[in-house]
Design a protein around this ligand. Structure first.
Ligand code: ZN
Length: 350
C-alpha cells in the first residue's frame, strides 16, 4: 500500500520550538561528533544510547557503509564480494545477530556442500536479512549493513530516523524529537503508521520479537490514542484512494472536477494534521505536502483562482523546507527553481 511506504521527514512548522532548538541550529554545518554509545539494553541485547542531550533534527550518528547486498543478488556472489572486505570488517559483520528464523546452516551446508562446510555464505544472508537497511539506488534496492546503526533497537514510536546520506554513502540517523542523555535511541524497522496488529505480525515474522513500546502496550493510555490516530490516518487514504496512485499522488489530474479536487485537498489537510500530531509520524509529511501541492496546482489550472496558486506555493515551500533538511541539496534546488517560476505565474513546468 502506498501509504505504508517509509517517507522522509519534515520539521513541522506548527510544532512548538524545541527546548534544544538553539543548540540544534548550532550543530548545523559544524564538524560532526558522534553523540552515542553502544551498550547493553535490558531485554534487547545491545542498544544505542545518547551520550548527551541531543536536540530534535540533530544528527546522532553518521555511520559508514560496511557492506552492500543488492536485492535479488545470488548469495554465493554476494559472499564473494564479502570475502574481499578487510578481515576486521568481516569479523564485525559476522558478530551481528541472526534472525529468530535462522536457518540450520550446519545441516543445510553439510548436505549441500559436504566438503566445503562454508556456513558463512548462509550466515551472511541471514545477517543481511536481519540487520540491513533497505536503501533505494538508481540501479535498484540494496540491503546495506552499518555496524553501529544496526545496533539501534526498534520502537513503533521511534525518536530517530534514517535520512538521506548527502552522497557520502553514510547512514545518517537524526533525532526526530529532543533526546536526553542516557536515553535509548530507537528507530522503526517497519511501517510505523500501520495499525498495531499489522506491526506486531511483521515484527514477529521477520525479527521474532514482540514490541513492548507504549504504542504496542494495550495497557498504556498512549496506545489507545495512537491507535485511533493511525486508524484515522488510514481512513484518509481510503477516502481519497480512487484519486491517487500507488505513491499517494494525484492520478489523471486533468480528469477530476474542481469539487473532487477540493475533497482530495481536504483529505491531504487532515492527513497532515494527523501526521504532525506525533513526532514519530512527521517523517511522512514531506510526501503529503508534495501530493497536496499537486492537487492545488490542478485546482489552479481549472479555475485560475489566485488563492489556489498561493496554496500551491505555500505547500511547495513546506516541501522545500523538508528537502533542505533531509535530502541532498539538488532535490531542494529543483523545487526552488519551480517555486520561482510559479511565483511569476508560469505553470508550464507542472
Ligand atoms: Zn511497538
Amino acid at each position: 500500500m502506498a501509504w505504508l511506504k517509509p517517507m522522509l521527514k519534515l520539521q513541522s512548522a506548527s510544532r512548538a520550538p524545541s527546548r534544544f532548538a538553539r543548540s540544534a541550529a548550532q550543530h548545523l554545518g559544524k564538524k560532526f561528533s558522534p553523540v552515542f554509545e553502544i551498550r547493553s539494553s535490558p531485554g534487547k541485547g545491545l542498544g544505542v544510547f545518547a551520550t548527551k542531550n541531543t536536540p530534535r533534527n540533530a544528527d546522532i550518528m553518521r555511520d559508514p557503509l560496511a557492506f552492500r547486498a543488492w536485492k535479488g543478488e545470488d548469495i554465493v556472489e554476494r559472499y564473494l564480494g564479502f570475502i574481499m572486505l578487510p578481515v576486521t570488517t568481516r569479523q564485525n559483520i559476522l558478530k551481528l545477530s541472526v534472525g529468530q528464523t535462522v536457518l540450520d546452516y550446519r545441516a543445510i551446508v553439510d548436505e549441500t556442500y559436504p566438503r566445503d562446510n562454508d556456513y558463512d555464505v548462509f550466515k551472511l544472508d541471514d545477517i543481511n536479512n536481519t540487520n540491513a537497511f533497505t536503501i533505494a539506488h538508481d540501479t535498484g534496492l540494496a540491503g546495506e549493513l552499518f555496524l553501529n546503526a544496526c545496533r539501534i533497537n526498534h520502537s513503533c514510536i521511534p525518536n530517530a530516523d534514517q535520512v538521506a546520506n548527502e552522497g557520502t554513502g553514510d547512514l545518517v540517523m537524526r533525532a526526530n524529537r529532543d533526546i536526553n542523555a542516557d536515553e535509548e535511541v530507537t528507530t522503526s524497522y517497519i511501517m510505523r503508521a500501520a495499525p498495531r496488529e499489522i506491526r506486531q505480525r511483521e515484527l514477529s515474522e521477520r525479527w521474532g520479537f514482540t514490541c513492548q513500546c507504549p504504542a504496542c502496550d494495550p495497557g498504556h493510555p498512549f496506545s489507545h490514542s495512537h491507535e485511533r490516530r493511525l486508524h484515522a490516518l488510514l481512513r484518509t487514504y481510503k477516502d481519497s484512494a480512487c484519486y491517487l496512485d500507488d505513491d499517494g499522488r494525484l492520478k489523471s489530474a486533468e480528469k477530476w472536477p474542481y469539487a473532487a479536487l477540493e475533497q482530495v485537498a481536504g483529505s491531504f489537510r487532515r492527513r497532515t494534521e494527523l501526521l504532525t500530531e506525533h513526532h514519530s509520524l512527521r517523517s511522512y509529511t514531506r510526501e503529503v505536502y508534495l501530493g497536496a501541492f499537486e492537487v492545488a496546482i490542478a485546482k489552479y489550472k481549472l479555475r485560475r483562482v489566485r488563492s489556489d496558486l498561493e496554496e500551491a506555493l505555500k505547500l511547495l515551500e513546506l516541501t522545500i523546507q523538508a528537502e533542505r533538511v533531509y535530502f541532498e541539496e539538488a532535490i531542494a534546488r529543483s523545487h526552488e527553481e519551480l517555486y520561482a517560476r510559479l511565483e511569476r505565474g508560469d505553470i508550464s513546468g507542472v
